[in-house]
Design a protein around this ligand. Structure first.
Ligand SMILES: [Cu+2]
Length: 500
């Protein structure tokens, strides 16, 4: 539970971050005072992040050494090899451990990892084929592993208090009885997930459907997962974590490197973009309004490809795009920018032509009809001035309280309202267990890019978004929460229970 004492502790934490040089702390103090002040309820309006604290780039630059953009290549996370292959399942093992990584070139520093790398190894799963993975916790604090977007039994979902104690292991089973999608795994331990994920406990889980090969979307080396995070660095290249410090996390990382470059051939690529940042909202633009084709969202393929020049991405969301680099002459350098921060994310360096038998068909995944909803539930995001924090339906998270009881098999419409208008902070909602359909925003049907299945949906200040989901397949307790992890880890989370 978040208490006033814990809130005060935030101030201590902020003060404790003064390991940075004096000049930097003086420049940062104002920022931190403002941040702490916001926590106590006197905050300013949010810009691009789901916190607040704008105009802090100067302070951040004083903390971390400047890195010239496009000076390092985009690393691709390794694919995790199974430890054994059973007739109906692939078996894996991963150790959660401290490791050293040079997120900034030449400045190796401690990070938290799944298996030793800041972006954990990619797990490649097949629809209908089980994954059994044993996570060993070699850290000195509790962990819990959640597979974001997955339809799994409650005992395997990484409920925040269902933890792996230090030195112990836990085996999670993922049935993969759901449609193909770009999922990701990350820490979800009670109160610890924000810092854990920020420091590196995240990785891709690509659930693929062999039947979708016939679509001929780019694959193999032309199918690239790209994890977007942001960070604040100390002078020695180590990550600085201060809760709700989004305004100071001004270095954008793609697969754990600051504004890297990727050499691409002149052909089509499938790019799987994941916003794994705790708080940052992106609006991605390629070059000067160059065209991208969005083919998938959180829950996999869209009904049809959507040509676009801008991809919005709130924390936890995924967007898959196809970019045809054959439209550009060899030698072209195309920058993927975040237009909200004005910062570069990644540069594509267009090289030689390569054979391309891939396609983007006009129909990707036919929309299924939704069962009729039999219940409407309200989810309200608010700011509680007495508590000094964001709440869901007026309450902070209590793992022992059930906030919503849902009959198994029921289809519900959730009406999500962001009432944090006086503070004006955007939030989003991530619901475990299900993939939902977004119906409308303030009564207006959503656009084609949001027409696929989703598990995370943005809700702007003052906005009401309706989503519809069927709660079937598993019983038990799951969480729903804002995916701004600094918010959820300090209480912006609730419990639903699916009952027979
Ligand atoms: Cu939030």
């Amino acid at each position: 539970m978040l208490t006033r004492r814990n809130l005060l502790r935030l101030g201590v934490v902020a003060g404790g971050a003064a390991l940075i040089p004096a000049a930097a702390s003086i420049r940062s103090l104002g920022v931190r005072a403002e941040e702490t002040g916001h926590v106590l309820g006197h905050g300013a309006t949010a810009g691009h992040a789901m916190g607040h604290g704008s105009g802090t780039a100067v302070a951040a630059r004083l903390n971390a050494p400047a890195v010239a953009p496009f000076s390092v290549p985009l690393p691709l996370p390794a694919t995790l090899a199974p430890t054994s292959v059973l007739p109906d399942a692939d078996v894996y093992a991963l150790t959660t451990q401290q490791a050293t990584a040079a997120l900034l070139p030449g400045l190796p520093a401690p990070v938290l990892t799944y298996g030793g790398t800041f972006v954990g190894p990619t797990i490649r799963a097949k629809v209908g084929r089980k994954v059994i993975i044993t996570h060993t916790n070699a850290l000195t604090e509790e962990t819990a592993v959640h597979l974001h977007g997955a339809h799994v039994a409650a005992a395997h979902d990484g409920f925040p208090t269902d933890v792996i104690p230090p030195g112990q292991s836990r085996t999670y089973e993922y049935p993969n009885q759901q449609l193909s999608a770009t999922l990701w795994y990350h820490d979800h331990a009670h109160h610890r997930e924000a810092e854990h994920v920020y420091r590196g406990l995240h990785g891709f889980y690509l659930l693929e459907d062999p039947a979708e090969r016939r679509l001929r979307l780019p694959r193999g080396g032309y199918d690239i997962p790209i994890m977007l995070t942001d960070a604040r660095f100390a002078e020695d290249g180590s990550l600085v974590f201060v809760p709700d410090d989004s305004g100071n996390r001004t270095t954008l990382l793609a697969n754990g490197r600051p504004a890297p470059y990727l050499e691409v051939a002149r052909r089509k690529y499938r790019l799987r973009l994941l916003n794994a940042s705790n708080m940052r909202v992106y609006q991605l633009e390629l070059g000067q309004n160059q065209q991208m084709v969005q083919i998938a969202g959180d829950g996999g393929l869209l009904p049809a490809p959507v040509p676009t020049t801008g991809i919005p991405l709130t924390p936890g969301e995924r967007a898959e795009i196809v970019v045809d680099f054959s439209s550009y002459p060899q030698g072209t350098q195309l920058v993927l920018n975040d237009t909200l921060s004005g910062l570069p994310v990644l540069r594509f360096d267009v090289g030689q032509t390569a054979p391309d038998h891939s396609a983007v068909p006009s129909v990707l995944r036919p929309e299924t009809t939704l069962p009729a909803a039999t219940n409407v539930r309200d989810v309200e995001f608010a700011y509680d001035f007495a508590l000094g924090w964001f709440t869901i339906n007026g309450k902070l998270f209590d793992p022992n309280r059930v906030d919503a009881t849902i009959q198994h098999g029921t289809t519900e419409i959730w009406r999500i309202t962001n009432s944090t208008v006086p503070i004006g902070v955007p939030h989003n909602l991530h619901v475990h267990l299900v993939q939902f359909r977004v119906l409308d925003r303030d009564g207006v049907a959503v656009g084609p890019a949001e027409r696929g299945l989703k598990d995370t949906v943005s809700v702007a200040p003052g906005e009401t978004v309706r989503v519809q989901a069927t709660f079937t397949g598993h019983l038990g307790k799951y969480v729903f929460h804002c995916h701004a992890l600094d918010h959820s880890s300090m209480g912006m989370m609730a419990v639903f229970e699916v009952v027979p």
